[in-house]
Design a protein around this ligand. Structure first.
Ligand code: SAM
Length: 222
């Protein structure tokens, strides 16, 4: 299955279409995404094979609880991004960026380091009739050229979380930065201000529970 990921530039698009279903995340029924489902359990099926090929696991195939919370909050409080240039850092499926575009953002950059995720974001943006700029680059350490920054569910590994949150705090000196998170292990214990809270239905393929309590936090500068 994972062999389809190597080869032509079209291969990731075909892989995504072949191994996911078009589904709405439970907390955000307005948006449809190419997602893994019970009948397309690609996390277990592909993680090892992708790892052997030096590719990351298919984070893009799930609407993570933190991203669902961010997306719900943006659709319900569109004034947070209306007319603004928005960065969706670690965009995955593109969920939060798509919500920002639907909420009226002037321009949305969906950012990833995984080129398969970038293909998923392209497909998901098309299906939801929104335009996103897709940027495959590690932006951590760079300067801020946006009005608002979003980051959904990025605190799942110790060192990357520390590096990412450190950079988000730097960005928070200049612009509002919002983090969606279901209390992951490496979420900082302080320097965050809660702006919303949701009960989010998730899948046992990636979580150890069916429902997670996810919050939208404003990241405070150092
Ligand atoms: C758990 S997923 C969350 C995806 C999405 N934000 C959501 O909430 O559904 C985390 C994503 O962050 C991306 N990521 C990790 N480190 C990154 C970095 N330095 N720059 C950009 N993306 C990164 C991963 O590739 C992955 O797709």
């Amino acid at each position: 299955m994972a062999d389809a990921l190597i080869g032509s530039a079209a291969a990731p698009l075909q892989f995504i279409r072949d191994h996911t279903a078009l589904l709405a995340p439970p907390l955000v029924p307005e948006i449809r995404l190419y997602q893994a489902s019970e009948i397309t359990p690609i996390w277990q099926a592909t993680e090892d094979a992708l790892d052997e090929m030096g590719l990351p696991p298919p984070f893009w195939a799930f609407a993570w609880a933190g991203g669902q919370a961010l997306a719900r909050w943006l659709l319900d409080t569109p004034e947070m991004v209306l007319g603004k240039r928005v960065l969706d850092f670690g965009s995955g499926s593109g969920l939060s960026g798509i919500a920002a575009a639907m909420a009226g953002a002037a321009q949305v950059t969906a950012n990833e380091i995984d080129h398969v995720a970038a293909a998923a974001i392209k497909l998901n943006a098309e299906v939801n009739n929104v335009g996103l700029d897709i940027l495959i680059e590690d932006l951590v350490g760079g300067s801020c050229v946006w009005d608002v920054i979003l980051a959904g569910d990025v605190c799942y590994e110790q060192q990357p979380a520390a590096r990412i949150v450190g950079w988000l705090r730097e960005m928070a000196r200049d612009v509002p930065v919002y983090l969606g998170d279901p209390n992951r292990t490496y979420l900082p214990k302080d320097g965050l201000e809660q702006v919303a809270q949701y009960s989010v239905q998730t899948t046992r393929e990636i979580e150890d529970t069916d429902v997670r309590n996810a919050r939208v936090w404003r990241v405070l500068p150092d």
